[in-house]
Design a protein around this ligand. Structure first.
Ligand code: NAD
Ligand code: UDX
Length: 465
């Protein structure tokens, strides 16, 4: 099957960049990305391409190249479905906030809505691709919905989970470690797999395109995120022990990472992992394991989250205890709010939880982040519903200038590893702070020795004294 027209439902962090790359690499295919969120689509269509809604290094250039040629952003979901040979579902699958599985299971209501809309609109055969991260065996439910329309249209369902990481989405998409495609084993299923493989083969060598059955593909995505997050929790667990024993977690990470069986990546101790995926996907895995009564499996993976929550709380606690057991009325400057560098995404960012903790202790938090807007920070805190919106608004101040954020502060907390923080004029920052001036480096980003020479009292995650 030769694909000429693609529709992607969901113009978010995955749908937008993924489709921009497909459009850029496949000028012969028309790619339409649709979303219910009108403001988001308007931003994707902004004449000023630097105003697209997602900040990712290199993305605006790619959008500029393909938009209007074979890449389109629209709110007309029905029309895009109708015209497409292949439909990617790339909508959000957040943790359920209600009912059975609340706080653990993935909320599949957006997925089901998409399936129903595809079923009702389609007049020609379609390949439907699960791009969203889904619980294993979701394709079964999608199939059920699509195959019971009674209108004679044939659907093939593929699983094609996305492995890009935010902040490096463009390079990850251009040069992925692998592309995973799961499909049915029968002839029609294989034809659909081949059609999707042919799209990726426009820029990815075939030996990196892996095909499996549907369930392996769905489960591999949850497994990959669980393994990655587990490495972060493992090194974070060691960071606490390092602080007690005088070991240095960076040195430990380097020493173990040189073992080729362990490898050097994802061994950076931090204030805790954030992002929209790790916690959500592990909770989902835990829920699935529990639903099969695999309680030991569930407990094993849940510990990754428990450790991560502990790390965030521990970091905030250290700030309070070091500042003589009170931060009430004190100004604490936050460098960074995004969950990692090079993104404007703040979902599940550790900064939100550390701020929440410090606000409970009546600190005043002054934040600088190079990409995150004030409205987003306020809405992140309001979402926790720990205190009123008014209290949140007066509890944090958002600064456009890092030097202003740090002025008269008692302490600085580094929450995101933005490169620019390293090259600040730290002498100037020190001169304008309350003394003693503390830095709590939640990212092991700054040169501790240099900071101490300037006069700061410096503490980093996982550095023993
Ligand atoms: P997102 O929230 O940024 O985007 C999802 C978009 O889907 C939203 O703009 C929303 O308005 C839209 N949407 C929801 N229901 C819709 C409907 N019925 N019709 C049209 N539009 C609809 O989410 P995201 O970060 O892009 O994640 C999407 C999926 O990809 C999730 O399952 C996530 O787990 C997975 N994933 C995310 C990442 C990542 O780095 N963010 C990486 C890999 C996989
Ligand atoms: C993750 C997966 O890496 C990606 O493959 C998947 O598609 C989506 O989820 P993402 O959440 O965008 O990507 O970023 P990632 O680089 O994995 O970082 C997640 C969190 O872990 C961040 O808060 C990051 O700062 C933290 N982290 C990562 C560490 O604290 N230490 C590390 O060594 C690595």
């Amino acid at each position: 099957m030769n694909i000429k027209s693609i529709c992607c439902i969901g113009a978010g962090y995955v749908g937008g960049p993924t489709m921009a790359i497909i459009a850029a690499k496949c000028p012969h295919i028309k790619v339409t990305v649709v979303d219910l969120n009108e403001a988001r689509i308007a931003a994707w269509n902004d004449a000023d391409v630097t105003k697209i809604p997602i900040y990712e290094p290199g993305l605006s250039d790619i959008v500029a190249e393909a938009r209007g040629r074979n890449l389109f952003f629209s709110t007309n979901v029905d029309q895009a479905i109708d015209e497409a040979d292949m439909i990617f579902i790339s909508v959000n699958t957040p943790t359920k906030t209600y009912g059975i599985g609340k706080g653990m299971a993935a909320d599949l209501k957006y997925i089901e809505l998409c399936a129903r809309q595809i079923a009702s609109v389609s007049k020609t055969d379609k390949i439907v691709v699960e791009k969203s991260t889904l619980p294993v065996r979701t394709a079964e439910a999608i199939k059920n919905i699509l195959q019971n329309t009674g209108n004679g249209v044939k659907f093939q369902i593929l699983s094609n989970p996305e492995f890009l990481a935010e902040g490096t989405a463009v390079t990850d998409l251009l040069n992925p470690d692998r592309v995973l495609i799961g499909g049915d084993g029968d002839a029609e299923g294989q034809e659909a797999v081949n059609a999707l493989e042919a799209i990726y083969a426009n820029w990815i060598s075939r030996d990196r395109i892996l095909t499996t059955n549907l369930w392996s593909s769905e489960l591999s995505k949850l497994t990959a995120n669980a393994f990655l997050a587990q490495r972060v929790s493992s090194i974070n667990a060691m960071s606490e022990l390092c602080e007690k024993t005088g070991a240095d977690v960076n040195e430990v990470a380097r020493a173990i990472g040189m073992d080729s069986r362990i490898g050097p990546k994802f061994l950076k101790a931090s204030v805790g992992f954030g992002g929209s995926c790790f916690q959500k996907d592990i909770l989902n895995l835990v829920y699935i394991a529990k639903s099969y009564a695999l309680n030991e499996v569930a407990d094993y993976w849940e510990q990754v989250i428990i450790m991560n929550d502990h790390q965030k709380r521990r970091f905030a606690n250290t700030i309070v205890s070091t500042l003589y057991n009170t931060v009430s009325g004190k100004k604490i400057a936050f460098l960074g709010w995004a969950f990692k560098k090079d993104t404007n995404d703040t979902r599940e960012s550790a900064a939100i939880y550390v701020a929440d903790y410090l606000l409970n202790e009546q600190a005043h938090v002054a934040v600088f982040d190079p990409q995150v807007q004030e409205l987003q920070m306020q809405s992140d805190l309001n979402y926790l519903a720990t205190r009123s919106e008014k209290e949140n608004a007066s509890g944090i101040t958002v600064q456009q200038d890092p030097y202003e954020a740090c002025k008269d502060a008692h302490a600085i907390a580094v929450l995101t590893e933005w490169d620019e923080f390293k090259s600040y004029d730290w002498h100037r920052i020190y001169a304008n702070m309350k003394k003693p001036a503390f830095i709590f480096d939640g990212r092991n980003l700054l040169d501790g020795k240099k900071m101490e020479q300037i006069g700061f009292v410096f503490q980093a995650i996982g550095k023993g004294k």
